[in-house]
Design a protein around this ligand. Structure first.
Ligand SMILES: CC(C)(COP(=O)(O)OP(=O)(O)OC[C@H]1O[C@@H](n2cnc3c(N)ncnc32)[C@H](O)[C@@H]1OP(=O)(O)O)[C@@H](O)C(=O)NCCC(=O)NCCS
Length: 157
């Protein structure tokens, strides 16, 4: 069973809400004062319609045997040079999630590969993301995909 990745379409809003439910629930359980609980309002159809036509957004659906199993949402970020650092471009993975029932079958890795390939297609080699400190399995997954830590976020209070 190989994962197949395709671009999302405006018709995928319901699929995205349903897959995002697991991702959102994980985050809301760990940080309930930061993350909202899962809700259909998190991928309204008009938002998905706008994302799929945005040239600076990559929205992919991963399928197993033609059934939607995961998704990835990534954005092109271009930052101008400042007096302190050089300008740079990167593609930032904002969200990635695979339904519980389809995990450890290569869907997540196929989604990361699709984002990296889409980034290369627009001339960007660097792909980056945040993963929360509580999310040990997410960290293990990204490490397995070749990502390396490059920055630490700290907070108090
Ligand atoms: C993280 C996530 C996207 C991984 O998706 P997946 O389809 O299960 O990942 P893959 O099957 O492609 O895994 C690729 C490799 O990553 C590593 N990996 C994946 N999940 C792992 C876990 N829970 N623990 C340890 N290593 C893991 C393994 O090395 C795996 O290869 P293997 O199965 O051959 O050992 C999925 O677990 C998920 O949706 N988690 C909840 C949401 C989340 O944490 N998103 C990321 C932060 S926003």
């Amino acid at each position: 069973m190989t994962a197949v990745v395709r671009r999302a379409t405006a018709a995928d809003a319901g699929i995205l809400v349903s897959i995002n439910r697991d991702v959102q629930a994980l985050h809301a359980a760990a940080l309930p004062t930061w993350f909202k609980p899962p809700s259909p309002s998190q991928f309204p159809p008009e938002m998905v319609a706008a994302l799929v036509v945005d040239p600076n957004t990559f929205l992919f659906v991963g399928e197993v045997e033609s059934l939607a199993a995961g998704y990835a949402l990534a954005k092109v970020i271009k930052q101008a040079e400042t007096p302190w650092r050089f300008g740079h471009s990167m593609v930032f993975i904002d969200q990635i999630g695979v339904r519980d029932a389809y995990r450890r079958r290569g869907v997540g890795r196929a989604l990361v590969d699709a984002v990296r390939s889409a980034a290369r297609d627009v001339g960007i080699s660097r792909v980056a993301l945040d993963v929360w400190a509580f999310n040990a399995s997410g960290q293990a997954f990204f490490q397995a995909c070749g990502f390396e830590p490059y920055r630490h976020h700290l907070w108090i209070g």
